[in-house]
Design a protein around this ligand. Structure first.
Ligand SMILES: Cc1cc2nc3c(=O)[nH]c(=O)nc-3n(C[C@H](O)[C@H](O)[C@H](O)COP(=O)(O)O)c2cc1C
Length: 134
């Protein structure tokens, strides 16, 4: 199992319809490729945790990097892990404030139980593309 965490700056503001487009695309493809994870969103940035089979993740992140809806892509961590943090989420979404985002940004540059527990604690706040379908 492989995990890949990055941050980027969004071209669109938080709450823009493009977030929903991203979630819908992610939901479809991630289900098909057994990729799971979470997308944190604050007013200006994204932080995404992706987990799954390594070659699939490498292919996906290559596509995500090229996506014009964001820029300033920066890897926070990547590597082999024992298990998924978000096994039930094809792509969970949570909007947070800038302070919370900074905290996760810092945490995700470390690895280990503190960072994993903090991410897992997001689970009750997550929504999916389906929850948001009009
Ligand atoms: C911040 C961000 C996160 C994204 N996350 C995912 C994702 O988890 N899975 C996914 O398939 N696409 C994701 N996308 C969209 C991809 O960049 C790409 O548009 C999508 O995979 C389209 O795939 P296709 O070539 O199969 O149509 C994301 C895009 C952005 C801007």
């Amino acid at each position: 199992m492989y995990r890949y965490i990055y941050t980027s700056r969004s071209v669109f503001p938080m709450g823009d319809i493009s977030d929903l487009d991203i979630l819908r695309e992610a939901d479809t493809r991630n289900r098909a490729e057994h990729i799971t994870g979470v997308l944190l969103r604050d007013p200006t940035s994204f932080l995404q945790v992706l987990e799954g089979e390594r070659t699939r993740l490498m292919r996906l992140t290559k596509d995500i990097i090229k996506d014009p809806r964001h820029y300033a892509f920066r890897i926070l961590q990547r590597g082999t892990v024992a298990q998924r943090l978000f096994p039930d989420w094809s792509m969970g979404y949570v909007a947070v404030g800038a302070t919370t985002m900074t905290a996760f940004h810092d945490l995700c540059q470390t690895s280990g139980p503190m960072m994993e527990e903090a991410l897992k604690a997001l689970a009750p706040s997550l929504t999916t593309a389906q929850d948001r379908r009009p």
